[in-house]
Design a protein around this ligand. Structure first.
Ligand code: IFM
Length: 447
């Protein structure tokens, strides 16, 4: 069997380094009738939104199979499990608390504690309750205050069971893909809306942070952002400028307010009418101290200049590509971490997502996903290289534990290290999962 190998002196093999697997509520839980509808339920019901016409009503049926799934996670030899809470499973439209929803997560958290697996909880992984979207969603400032209340309720209920809280997962996707490009729920296509949604998401983060710290002083609290290093398609000044603008617009727009309390200055690029509306003091609320920054990395992006002064991304055509059509570019992980380290004073970093969609075939009961296994091998070495270059990376989470609902791509794209047969819900650990299991289980966990 092919293995994943790291140098013997790698920091990733030390007992302090945390390895885990990651999932998100809407992508795996199912049991939609037991929660409030969310924006993704609505989006899935709109014809043409999801490539295979699917939805999240059943997904991996994790809500009913969580005990087996936790046993599976434990068998992989991980230190931690990163998962998200479905807001609409714990808070009803009338504002009341859904005790059954809370009980579901409490049982999961207790079982993780019993199995000595640290719980890395994300409060918002894109599944905004539809009752809040009906009032404007992330375009309504009030949603940020509702998020802070939700964070308060959940963190009080979960007590000391949670090792780490991330407020948001990838606000870029919620804001840009959801409100500006319109390819994710709620499907709005408007530049100002994208900037406004981003501001309210960051405000929600900033309002929730002190609440989490007060309710769970022992937990690590932070946020998860996705990063893609931006490259110019050519050496022309226009393309170089396009790559710079894309970097400011997609990467620094989220990190700079968090770490420095201001948005990138895009005067001359972004019309004043497209800037987010904000109140005095908002940026101070947003720039809360962070115990960690979660970094999600999948690929790099190449940009070319548009005639109107903006940028377009160039779809990669040369292999190696994943099944998403994303270039496999492991050195980009080292590069972005080192760039961020040089640019900012960073808190400790966790790679909270990294992985690849590949075409998997189940043959005689096994999946020999060598390309995914090699992807992990290369990206773990890239993480190792970043640490050797001085970046304080404390953990790494594989995306994803299970094949699951890949948003606008439906179930056609498989990111799991565990294969899911959606007809039988049978789980089969892929070769990549077995190789990671071997790596994780063979570490010397003694101090
Ligand atoms: O599946 C998603 C996840 O929900 C957020 N980060 C990127 C993954 C792959 O597209």
């Amino acid at each position: 069997m092919k293995q994943i190998l790291l140098p013997n002196d790698s920091a990733l093999l030390q007992h302090r380094f945390t390895f885990g697997v990651a999932t998100a509520a809407f992508q795996i839980e199912g049991a939609a009738a037991l929660r409030e509808p969310c924006i993704w339920d609505t989006f899935c019901a709109e014809p043409g939104r999801i490539r295979d016409g699917s939805d999240g009503l059943v997904a991996c049926d994790h809500f009913h199979r969580w005990r087996d799934d936790l046993a599976l996670i434990a068998s992989l030899g991980v230190d931690a499990y990163r998962f998200s809470i479905a807001w609409g499973r714990v808070i009803r439209a009338d504002g009341s608390v859904n005790a059954e929803g809370i009980a579901f997560y409490l049982a999961l958290l207790d079982e993780l504690q019993t199995r000595n697996i640290k719980a890395y909880v994300t409060l918002y992984h894109w599944d905004l309750p539809q009752y809040l979207q009906d009032k404007g969603g992330w375009l309504n400032r009030e949603t940020a205050y509702r998020f802070a209340e939700y964070a308060d309720i959940v963190s009080r209920a979960f007590g000391d069971r949670v090792y780490s809280y991330a407020t948001l997962n990838e606000p870029f996707c919620s804001a840009y893909l959801g409100y500006e490009a319109g390819i994710h729920a709620p499907g709005v296509q408007n530049r100002q809306a994208g900037r406004q949604a981003a501001h309210h998401l960051l405000l929600a983060h900033g309002l929730a942070m002190p609440i989490l710290r007060r309710n769970c002083p022992q937990a690590l609290t932070g946020i998860v952002l996705n990063f893609s290093p931006c490259f110019a398609a050519t050496t022309s000044a226009a393309d170089q400028q396009a790559a710079w603008l894309a970097d400011q617009y997609h990467n620094h727009w989220y990190l700079q307010p968090l770490l420095e309390g201001c948005y990138p200055d895009l005067t001359g690029h972004l019309a004043s009418t497209d800037l987010p509306q904000m109140l005095a003091g908002d940026l101070d609320i947003i720039a809360q101290p962070l115990d960690f920054l979660g970094v999600n990395y999948y690929t790099r992006t190449v940009f070319t200049a548009r005639d109107d002064g903006w940028f377009s991304d160039v779809k990669p055509s040369q292999p190696p590509l994943t099944d998403m059509g994303w270039e496999i570019y492991p050195q980009g992980l080292t590069e972005i971490l080192v760039q961020l380290q040089q640019r900012y004073t960073l808190p400790p970093i966790y790679i909270t997502e990294n992985g690849a969609a590949m075409v998997d075939t189940l043959q005689e009961g096994s999946i020999n996903d060598v390309a995914r296994l090699e992807y992990y091998q290369q990206h773990l070495l890239a993480t190792d290289a970043a640490i050797r270059a001085g970046v304080d990376v404390r953990g790494y989470f594989a995306w994803s534990l299970l094949d699951n609902f890949e948003w606008a791509e439906g179930y056609a794209k498989r990111f799991g290290i565990v294969y899911v047969d959606y007809h039988t819900q049978q789980r089969t650990v892929k070769a990549s999962g077995l190789a990671l299991q071997q790596l994780w289980s063979n570490r010397n966990k003694k101090a």
